[in-house]
Design a protein around this ligand. Structure first.
Ligand SMILES: Cc1ncc(COP(=O)(O)O)c(C=O)c1O
Length: 383
């Protein structure tokens, strides 16, 4: 069993998460969404045998890759994926951007639910499309979709595309079958393409289950682009790999054409080897990891209850969304970095409704989570 408690230093100059901040030599980085854990041993072996061979020529995933990929989705989500519907790309955000460019026109309206992982809104706006926001509705520590608002905004703005995030980063929701069915019905009825970013699909806790929205019905499958990747699950972000599933031949053809036009297509040789090994051998490692992350989550919830930091419910992802408005400061992440030397993601990165929040990445060894909680509670109880 993997020792997730192991202390692993990430102090290379290229490392973004652990990047140095002037004047701070005891930084605890709990921001960008990668983990401090080593990937599964079989993935390391696959990469190391490739590098020993020393041949890094142009490469293409073959049928053994397809088998590993489709097997994963079938076993984990009972989701049948036809390998011919999968576009391989060096990243989910890139995939979303290509999909926006190829399936909508300049000036079209695209809907998202905020707060939401910032690069999605950036991809919409940067590609010259109009961003339409429906804010998630908050009840205490729980977020819901305001379906009336969503549908009204779709019809009023003649929205062409809806970008869903499931599980939702940063709201921590794993959308239920009922919620996904309502989303699907609204989009089918209003001729809206669904782009479902499911990069966090494998991080789901308790009785929650990840349901790929495309798996709900043929009708929904036909209008959906599903963005998946092994990079969050197996901590391979630097390898840059994504699998974008588009069942509809016409839509897939358009995205593929855009991908070839821009030269942004295919996986690199490391991405192919890592993905294949991860999806073939990584299930046991993932199950152990999920139990470990649940332990970290419980610890944070327990130690921060009755403090000024209000932890939102977390059904999925390893990113805890925390309301810091009671601190009464303009930029809570900056304030806490100054006071505790813990680096959180700034809530404003996730849109206007996130401004009073911080996002805490708990995918690191428990001793570091404990150290961070010690610093936080000391500050909060002193105030
Ligand atoms: C919801 C979501 N989508 C996409 C990404 C990034 O994916 P990629 O590195 O494949 O572009 C992240 C990374 O944190 C994310 O949280």
């Amino acid at each position: 069993m993997t020792d997730f408690d192991e202390i692993i230093t990430r102090d290379t100059p290229e490392d973004i998460k652990y990047g140095k901040i002037a004047g701070i030599d005891d930084l605890i980085p709990m921001w960008v969404a990668d983990m401090d854990f080593r990937c599964p041993e079989e993935v390391r072996e696959a990469l190391s045998s490739l590098s020993q061979r020393g041949i890094f020529g142009y490469s293409e995933a073959d049928s053994s890759y397809d088998l590993a990929l489709t097997g994963w989705f079938k076993r984990r989500y009972d989701y049948d994926v036809d390998p011919k519907t999968v576009l391989k790309l060096p990243g989910v955000v890139l995939g979303i951007s290509l999909v926006i460019r190829s399936l909508t026109s300049t000036g079209d309206h695209i809907l998202i639910l905020e707060p939401l992982y910032g690069p999605i809104a950036r991809a919409v706006k940067g590609n010259g499309r109009n961003l339409v926001i429906s804010d998630l509705s908050r009840k205490g520590t729980h977020y819901d979709i305001d379906f009336d608002d969503m549908e009204r905004k779709i019809t009023e703005n003649n929205v062409k595309m809806f970008i869903l995030c499931n599980p939702h980063n940063p709201a921590g929701r794993v959308w239920t079958r009922d919620e996904l069915t309502r989303i699907g019905d609204i989009c089918v009825k209003n001729d809206v393409i669904i782009v479902s970013d499911e990069i966090h699909a494998d991080f789901v806790y308790g009785s929650n289950r990840h349901i790929p929205i495309a798996s709900l019905s043929d009708e929904i499958n036909k209008i959906t682009v599903t963005c998946t990747s092994p990079t969050k699950t197996f901590n391979l972000a630097g390898i840059q790999a994504a699998n974008i599933i588009i069942a509809d031949d016409g839509m897939r053809h358009e995205v593929d054409k855009m991908s070839l036009t821009t030269g942004a297509f295919g996986l690199n040789i490391m991405g192919i080897a890592a993905t294949k090994a991860a999806y073939t051998y990584g299930e046991g490692w993932l199950e152990d990891l999920l139990r470990y992350l649940e332990g970290n989550i419980e610890l944070v919830k327990d130690r921060l209850k009755d403090t000024k930091l209000k932890v939102m419910d977390i059904e999925g992802t390893y990113l805890m969304w925390i309301d810091a408005s009671s601190l009464g400061v303009k930029d809570p992440a900056k304030y806490l970095l100054d006071k505790t030397h813990i680096r959180f993601s700034e809530g404003s990165f996730f849109g206007k409704s996130g401004e009073d929040f911080i996002r805490m990445n708990i995918a690191c060894r428990r001793s570091l989570v404990n150290e961070a909680l010690g610093r936080l509670t000391k500050l909060l109880f002193l105030e």
